[in-house]
Design a protein around this ligand. Structure first.
Ligand SMILES: *Cc1c(COP(=O)(O)O)cnc(C)c1O
Length: 587
């Protein structure tokens, strides 16, 4: 443990008081709380874990998701069915006495908050408020508004966004938080700007808002976009906006250019009302600026929370050799000096733990000596889960050349995503074909936090082959890098920044179509991955070492949160302004 760990650590550049209020539709808070679906929620959770470690004064708002994101079941043929995962908030959280209301359609809906205290490494607490409408006095429909993450239709979604954005702002006030920055993590939270504008007007009519009023809101708001394609942005029809938000609000949003192609666009709304906006990887920043050329959009590349995603054996090795890594992840750069034998031993333990988990889940015994690839993520069609099966004969030849090959798959398809479900079905079908003992393919059920951690730590190579430019960032490859596991990936999202060929992994080259990119994937396996794996464990260990040193030291949320603090929350002039205001108003 670090010698000063008994003393609370505080990041030096914060204003004297006040909070950042971080809003996210999903947050992966605890492995036993099913309040997230995938990468966005994991990123939000890792952000808060690092903020807690760094002592950033921050409070978070999300929905309770009482019935959870679904648990996945797969039958022998790979057909997915879904089961709700109800959980008991009182097992993890404390109910706050405060109550606030929001207007939805012609109803007044009351909400409360459950507080989860996320404690950082030096004792600093980031409170997370999970908003809940399941209260007596609300209608049956309204009581269910905070039940399902990404469940229901667009009407349900817009109503949830009112609860999150507008309810969250009011709850922050009711709790007495002094908020000087509102951070919208993705457009789902964009309606918080409307609540701020309404409070700026002191209950007066929205139509009376002046440019100066809007500027007051803008100076408090920052926004992170996560979506690189137009279809991915949250949008609602004018009719829905009129009916659910009301005529006044809709007129105001139209006036401020938050509609595009006749649809209320939550990304535009967030951009219009923010003083700072960013994409989540260098390439994603560029794509976002092309989609919204009228806005200055910066980049802060994503990361992962190192101690959450690094395996126990790796943590022990680093505690022994570079203990400062816990205090400051930049010290992971010094992993460049770790003995090869130690890395191999730590990885072997992580791999054995993974294979034991696979064994207990499936009854199948895999071989720890055999080259093992991992592919696990949300099953969206652009992620192309079946690309590796483009030419099964070629894949078999590669397995022969490698002296055996094991491929582990996992991932959930959204309940309404039939093409995604078809992809799972196809992978399971391929997995059950008789490839013999040389090529073993398994699809693991119910991909979530803990399985994700085991997979990224225990496989030998992490594979990712999305269709460009659909991957905004991707974070699972960063978790692998945190465990020294190289990636074999399409140059999209974070991998453009992370790939040093043959040093941190390999790039699958761009092709004109799926077929060409599959051929490039096979070529890299044949000409680079398999020969190195067979050549010598020492050389493989050096590859793992450079992967951890170069990518672990950068693609972490410790670095990322510091970037948010300096570039988004409190750039120097904002710090000065906050100080002046605090003196002037003695707040
Ligand atoms: C990290 C993680 C993700 C995100 O992975 P991507 O590479 O961004 O697809 C999704 N789901 C779970 C359970 C994760 O742990």
């Amino acid at each position: 443990m670090h010698p000063t760990s008994s003393k609370p650590f505080s990041y030096e550049s914060f204003p004297a008081s006040g909070h950042v209020a971080y809003f996210s539709m999903e947050i992966a808070i605890h492995p036993a709380m099913p309040t997230y679906s995938g990468g966005l929620g994991v990123l939000a959770g890792d952000t808060l874990r690092s903020a807690a470690d760094l002592g950033v004064p921050l409070a978070a708002f999300t929905l309770l998701h009482r019935k959870g994101y679904f648990q996945q079941h797969l039958d022998a043929a790979g057909a997915q069915t879904e089961e709700v995962q109800p959980w008991n908030p009182a097992d993890f959280c404390t109910e706050e006495p405060a109550r606030v209301t929001v207007q939805i359609e012609d109803r007044v809906v009351t909400l409360r908050a459950w507080r989860y205290d996320l404690e950082g490494r030096f004792g600093h607490v980031v409170p997370i408020y999970l908003l809940d409408t399941d209260l007596e006095g609300n209608s049956g429909w309204d009581r269910g508004l905070t039940d399902h993450l990404y469940g229901g239709d667009e009407n349900y979604r817009l109503q949830q966004e009112i609860v999150l954005g507008m309810g969250g702002v009011r709850m922050a006030n009711a709790l007495g938080l002094k908020v000087n920055v509102y951070h919208m993590n993705e457009g789902h939270a964009a309606l918080l700007t409307l609540a701020l504008l309404e409070s700026q007007l002191g209950g007066g009519p929205l139509g009376a808002a002046t440019e100066a009023d809007i500027e007051q809101v803008r100076r408090k708001c920052v926004f992170t976009t996560h979506t690189p394609v137009p279809a991915g942005h949250d949008r609602f029809s004018t009719e829905q906006s009129m009916r659910i938000l009301g005529g006044d609000r809709t007129a105001r949003l139209q006036k401020h250019g938050c509609f595009r192609d006749g649809l209320l666009n939550m990304t535009l709304l967030a951009l219009r009302f923010s003083r700072y906006a960013n994409g989540v990887a260098m390439q994603h920043g560029k794509v976002s600026r092309q989609m919204f050329p009228e806005f200055a959009i910066d980049t802060i590349t994503n990361g992962v929370h190192a101690p959450t995603w690094m395996s126990e054996p790796f943590q022990q090795m680093l505690d022994e050799h570079i203990p400062a890594w816990r205090r400051d992840n930049l010290y992971l750069r010094n992993a460049i000096d770790l003995p090869e034998a130690k890395i191999l031993a730590a990885h072997t333990r992580a791999k054995e733990e993974l294979l034991a988990e696979v064994g207990s889940r499936t009854g199948k015994v895999l071989n720890p000596e055999v080259l093992t690839l991992g592919f696990a993520r949300r099953v969206a069609t652009y992620k192309r889960a079946t690309l590796m099966f483009t030419d099964p004969k070629r894949l078999m030849e590669i397995a022969e050349a490698a002296g055996g090959l094991q491929i582990l798959y996992a991932g959930k398809a959204h309940p309404h995503d039939q093409p995604g479900k078809d992809l799972i079905h196809r992978v399971v079908e391929e997995a059950s074909r008789l490839y013999g003992d040389l090529l073993r393919i398994l699809y693991l059920e119910d991909y979530a936090w803990e399985l994700g951690a085991r997979l990224t730590a225990g496989v030998d190579v992490w594979v990712n082959n999305p269709r460009r430019p659909h991957e905004a960032s991707g974070t699972s490859g960063m978790k692998a890098a945190m465990n020294g596991v190289p990636s074999l990936s399409i140059l999209d999202g974070w991998w453009i920044e992370g790939c040093i060929e043959g040093v941190t992994g390999w790039a699958i080259e761009d092709g004109a179509n799926d077929e060409e990119e599959a051929q490039s994937l096979y070529r890299k396996l044949e000409s680079a991955v398999v020969p190195l794996y067979r050549e010598s464990p020492e050389k493989w260990a050096r590859l793992m070492r450079t992967t951890l040193a170069f990518n672990g030291s950068y693609f972490n949320t410790n670095r990322m949160v510091k970037q948010y603090v300096r570039n988004a929350y409190y750039p120097e002039k904002i710090i000065d302004r906050v100080r002046v205001e605090e003196e002037a108003y003695a707040i």
